[in-house]
Design a protein around this ligand. Structure first.
Ligand code: NAD
Length: 491
C-alpha cells in the first residue's frame, strides 16, 4: 500500500492531525493507498508557502522563457515516468491502463504547450492616443491559485490548469480528490526534480468540505479553478463571491451525439460507442445521449448493440481492458439506480448492469447499457448518470435534432455526424456547448479551449484562453514629455 503525506513547500509533510483516508481498489477491494485527511492548519502552511513565493517575486518576475524551460523539463519527467503514473491512475480510478497511459502522455503534452505559451504572454502598446501619450496593457500573475479537482481524470483535469498557472507565474495549492490523490502527489515530486521552486506546487489532501471549502475561503488565495459537479461548483462560486475571489468552473455535462442519415455510419457507430464507454462513462463530456435520424435508427441501434457487446470489461491493469470498475460503491449503486429508472421510462435494449466475466463480481463493474424510446422529459435524458448508459432518441428534421440536443441544462460538449459540410456548420453553430465534435468524438488539441456553456460552467482550459485565466489585466496610461500640471489639462 502506498502511504502518502501532503506536499508543501517542496517536501512531504504529515498532516497535523495524523489522520488518513484509505483508498480501496474499486476493482477488487484491496487497499491501495492512504492519503492525509488534512485540516485547516495544514492548509494554512501550504497557502503561506505559496504566497511567500509569490510575494518574493522569485517566480512571478522570473523571465517567462526561464519558466518555460523548467516546464519542458517537467513534461519530460512526466513522460519518462508514464508507466509508473499510469499504473497509479488505473488502480485508483479503475480506468483501463491503456487509457491511463494516454492520460499521462496527454498531460505532458499540455505542459509543453503551456511552456510554449509562456514565451509570448501577450501585452499591448497603444501609441495613437494623442500627442505624448502612451498606453500599456500588461498582464500580471493573479497570485496564489487554488485548484480543486475530481476523481475521473485526476491528471488531465489537473493538467488543464496547473501548467498554465505556472506559465503565467502563479504558485498553486492543489486539493485532489480524496479517492485519487496519488498521481498529483507523485508529479509534485517530479516538478521538484525538474527544478521548479519550492512553494510553487503545494498539495493538501483531504475532504472537499474541509480543504476545498477552506481553500475557497482563504483570503490569500486569489483564484479558484474548480473541476467537478455543478452542485459543488455553485457552492464554490457563492462562497468565493464574499471575497470577490475569481472562479473558473468546469462542471457536469450531458452531451449528445447527433447522427444524421447521411453520415459515415461505420465511423458514427465507433464514435458513439467510444463516447459513452470511455472511462466507464465517468466522463464530463461523455456522449450519453444518441439523437438519431428516424429512418436509420433501428438498423443503427441493432449494430450498436452488437458492437457494445464486444467491449472488453476487465480489471483495469489488464492491457485488453476497455471498461474498468466505477469509482466506489455509492456511485456504482447510483448508476444501477439510474438503470432501474430507465427501465420504468424507456426500453432497455442492452443491459450492462451485471456483466459476467473473470473476477468481475469483486468490483463495481457496469458494462455498456442502452435504452431506446427515450423522451426529453425522462430523467435518463436530462440527468448526468456518470456511467456507460446511453439514452437513444429519434428525430425527423434538423431543427428537431438541434432542439433535442439543446434541451438539457448542461452545455459542455456535443457530437454530430454528417457528410454534408453545410449541415455540419449550421448545426455546430446552433449547438449550445463549449465543444462540438464533427465526425469524431472526444478528440481535442491543446490549442483548442475547453469549457462549458450553461450549467457546465464558465472559464476556459487549454488554448491561449487557459493562460489568460491566470493573468490580471492592467492598463497603464502614460503622459510623456510635458511637465504641465495634470489638472488644468483635463479641465
Ligand atoms: P465533486 O464535485 O463531488 O468533487 C470535485 C472536487 O471538489 C473533489 O476534490 C471534492 O473533494 C471537492 N469538493 C467537494 N465538496 C466541496 C466543497 N464544498 N468545497 C470545495 N470543494 C469541494 O465531483 P466528483 O464526483 O469528484 O467528479 C464528478 C463530477 O465532475 C461530474 O459532475 C463531472 O461531470 C465533473 N467533471 C467535469 C469536468 C469538466 O471539465 N467540465 C471534468 C471532469 C469531471
Amino acid at each position: 500500500m502506498r502511504h502518502y503525506n501532503n506536499w508543501i513547500n517542496g517536501q512531504e509533510l504529515a498532516p497535523i492531525n495524523a489522520t488518513f483516508i484509505e483508498r480501496i481498489s474499486p476493482a477488487d477491494g484491496t487497499a491501495l493507498a492512504k492519503f492525509p485527511s488534512s485540516t485547516q492548519g495544514d492548509l494554512e502552511i501550504a497557502v503561506e508557502a505559496a504566497n511567500k513565493l509569490h510575494l518574493s517575486g522569485a517566480w512571478a518576475n522570473l523571465a517567462a522563457s526561464e519558466r518555460a524551460k523548467l516546464l519542458v523539463k517537467f513534461a519530460e519527467l512526466i513522460e519518462q515516468n508514464c508507466e509508473f503514473l499510469a499504473k497509479i491512475e488505473a488502480e485508483e480510478v479503475g480506468k483501463p491502463i491503456t487509457y491511463a497511459r494516454g492520460e499521462v502522455m496527454w498531460s505532458a503534452e499540455l505542459v509543453k504547450f503551456a511552456a510554449a505559451l509562456a514565451w509570448q504572454i501577450p501585452g499591448e502598446a497603444h501609441t495613437h492616443l494623442g500627442e505624448n501619450k502612451l498606453g500599456l496593457v500588461t498582464r500580471e500573475p493573479r497570485g496564489v491559485v487554488g485548484m480543486i479537482v475530481p476523481w475521473n481524470f485526476p491528471m488531465v483535469c489537473l493538467f488543464q490548469k496547473l501548467p498554465y498557472a505556472i506559465a503565467a507565474g502563479c504558485p498553486v495549492v492543489i486539493k485532489p480528490s480524496e479517492y485519487t490523490s496519488g498521481t498529483a502527489l507523485e508529479v509534485a515530486k517530479l516538478a521538484k526534480q525538474a527544478g521548479l521552486p519550492d512553494g510553487l506546487i503545494n498539495i493538501v489532501c483531504g475532504k472537499g468540505s474541509v480543504i476545498g471549502d477552506g481553500l475557497t475561503r482563504h483570503p490569500d488565495v486569489k483564484m479558484i479553478s474548480f473541476t467537478g459537479s455543478t452542485a459543488v461548483g455553485k457552492t464554490i462560486a457563492r462562497t468565493a463571491a464574499d471575497d470577490m475571489t475569481r472562479v473558473a468552473l468546469e462542471l457536469g455535462g450531458k452531451a449528445a451525439n447527433v447522427v444524421f442519415a447521411d453520415a459515415d455510419l461505420e465511423a458514427a457507430l465507433d464514435g458513439v460507442l467510444f463516447g459513452v464507454m470511455l472511462n466507464q462513462g465517468e466522463e464530463c463530456v461523455a456522449g450519453t445521449r444518441l439523437l438519431i435520424e428516424k429512418s436509420i435508427a433501428d438498423d443503427f441501434v441493432a449494430k450498436l448493440v452488437e458492437r457494445a457487446k464486444k467491449v472488453v470489461i476487465a480489471h483495469p491493469l489488464k492491457d485488453e481492458s476497455q471498461i474498468g470498475p466505477l469509482i466506489y460503491e455509492q456511485h456504482y449503486k447510483k448508476v444501477l439506480e439510474y438503470i432501474e429508472i430507465g427501465k420504468q421510462e424507456a426500453t432497455l435494449v442492452l443491459d450492462g448492469s451485471h456483466p459476467e466475466g473473470e473476477d468481475l463480481a469483486q468490483g463495481y463493474y457496469v458494462g455498456p447499457t442502452i435504452f431506446t424510446d427515450v423522451k426529453p422529459e425522462h430523467r435518463i435524458f436530462k440527468e448526468e448518470i456518470f456511467g456507460p448508459v446511453l439514452a437513444v432518441t429519434t428525430f425527423e428534421t434538423q431543427e428537431e435534432a438541434v432542439q433535442l440536443a439543446n434541451d438539457v441544462e448542461y452545455g459542455l460538449g456535443n457530437g454530430l455526424w454528417t457528410k454534408d459540410i453545410d449541415k455540419a456548420l449550421q448545426v455546430s453553430k446552433q449547438l449550445q456547448s463549449g465543444t462540438v465534435f464533427v465526425n469524431t468524438y472526444l478528440e481535442g488539441a491543446a490549442q483548442m479551449p475547453f469549457g462549458g456553456y450553461k450549467q457546465s460552467g464558465y472559464g476556459r482550459e487549454n488554448g491561449v484562453d487557459a493562460l489568460l485565466e491566470y493573468l490580471e489585466v492592467k492598463s497603464t496610461f502614460i503622459k510623456l514629455g510635458q511637465r504641465t500640471p495634470v489638472l488644468p489639462n483635463t479641465l
